[in-house]
Design a protein around this ligand. Structure first.
Ligand code: GLV
Ligand code: MN
Ligand code: MN
Length: 442
């Protein structure tokens, strides 16, 4: 398959079922991951930290036990491979990330890696397909540990990490991404050449299984989602609003330059623009997930002279992200004038939205129908590694699993019957690509 090429033949989509033993293995691996990385509240697997590496080692040992070829790339992504009958043909791959947000849930990312391993084991038990099949366990998908940029492992694979990425500070303020990658065994010199670790011609297609992380599938009473596109985001790691610190009793309202009230004013204005843009049919979400006054100087009796906050907005549409940035700058200017403060938006990082390949959407829908799995076609609000594969030109698709209580929190949960259905859809779609004869030249 080439990008935007003809669809995979759906004349005889292969059935795909997981045996009881493969199901049990998937449950066991996910339980082990939960137990091993429980932090007292939720699950923590730190981007390019020891816990993430330990999760990778665990997956590697299960993959070795199952008899697969193993490879670690220069960014310390793990690739598990089942060679096909024609190993020179482009492979079909799946996978996801193994890191988590701090005190997060167990299934965000890990479900996709374990699903991929389950698919490979099931295929190996039943017959080797024409193309090789691969599972990628990917490093550092989450932005939470390094405050803004994300998809580090995947972007490294495509030679996209910049010096700014390498020098990004960890949330603890003591080390850079480069320090952490080096400590995890990554070959920084190799990565800094910018040469891709993976040529796009190596893959005929990419598919990722992920929990939905939102309420739509539950509300629609569907176990599986077929994803059409993935939101991009624009992130200001630290916006600083500076006013004038003052005595909270002695200074009247008209003489104040209160930084917190200015920030609140700005956020209310942003919220109103957001509401109007939604009414116009735009796709947008806005979040200020971190708000801080300086604990060394803030006091109940002091008008705050400074506040800093993180600002993130996401959209399916690159133009919306770009025009929203201009809108925010103009509101900052107006609030600054009105309240006698200054806004410094600081450095910002753009992560582009992505569209799933129509032939992959069609294939996944076809597999859902042939396997009689109720599904919903939907966009992804959350970001995923798949957006990097898709934007690199690899025909890409995603399968969502219904999950309860959201994600990026310790209460995130998932029902295993839903996970098995989605994994069987993933397996059916991967097998269809792996045995597809329509484009052998690639
Ligand atoms: C990924 O976890 C995201 O923040 O969307
Ligand atoms: Mn996540
Ligand atoms: Mn995720």
């Amino acid at each position: 398959m080439a990008p935007s090429s003809s669809p995979v033949s759906q004349d005889s989509l292969p059935g795909f079922t997981l045996s009881d033993s493969v199901r049990q293995l998937a449950v066991d691996i996910l339980s082990e991951l939960r137990e091993k990385f429980f932090d007292g509240v939720g699950v923590s697997r730190e981007t390019y930290g020891e816990s993430e590496t330990a999760a990778f080692m665990l997956l590697e040992s299960y993959a070795r036990d199952a008899g697969f070829e193993i490879q670690w790339d220069a960014a310390r992504n793990l690739i598990i491979r089942l060679p096909g009958q024609n190993p020179e043909l482009p492979a079909v791959a799946t996978g996801s990330h193994l890191d988590s947000v701090p005190e997060g849930g167990n299934y965000d990312g890990a479900a996709g890696v374990v699903a991929g391993l389950a698919v490979l084991i099931a295929v190996k038990q039943t017959g080797i397909p024409r193309r090789s099949m691969e599972v990628y366990a990917l490093r550092g998908e989450e932005s939470a540990w390094f405050g803004g940029p994300c998809y580090f492992g995947t972007r490294a694979m495509f030679g996209q990490l910049t010096e700014d990425d390498f020098q990004t500070l960890h949330r603890d303020g003591t080390k850079t991404l480069e320090d952490c990658m080096r400590a995890a065994g990554a070959d920084i010199d190799r990565l800094k050449t910018g040469a891709p670790l993976l040529g796009t011609s190596h893959l005929a297609g990419w598919l990722e299984l992920h929990i939905e992380q939102g309420p739509i599938l539950t509300a629609r009473e569907k176990p599986v989602g077929v994803v059409t596109g993935i939101r991009g985001n624009h992130r200001h790691r630290r916006v600083v609003c500076t006013g004038q610190a003052a005595h909270s009793g002695a200074v009247p309202r008209w003489l104040r330059q209160d930084a917190v009230l200015a920030m609140a004013d700005l956020m209310v204005r942003i919220d109103e623009h957001w509401r109007v843009l939604l009414e116009w049919g735009e796709d947008l979400v806005v979040t200020a997930g971190i708000v801080e006054t300086n604990p060394k100087e803030h006091a109940i009796s002091r008008v705050p002279g400074e506040v800093s906050f993180a600002l993130e907005y996401r959209s399916q549409n690159l133009k919306t992200l770009q025009s929203f940035e201009a809108l925010i700058q103009s509101e900052c200017d107006q609030v600054a004038k009105k309240r006698g403060v200054r806004f410094d938006l600081g450095a910002a990082k753009l992560t582009r939205p992505a569209t799933m390949a129509p032939e992959m959407i069609e294939l996944l829908e076809g597999v859902c129908k042939s396997q009689k799995v109720p599904y919903e076609v939907m966009a992804s609000g959350a970001g995923h590694d798949t957006s990097v594969f898709a934007n690199a030109g690899i025909p890409s698709g995603m399968v969502f699993v219904r999950n309860d209580k959201g994600s990026h929190n310790p209460d995130e949960t998932m029902e295993f019957p839903d996970f098995f259905l989605a994994t069987e859809v993933l397996g059916g779609a991967m097998l269809a690509v792996a045995n597809d004869q329509s484009e052998d030249s690639k």
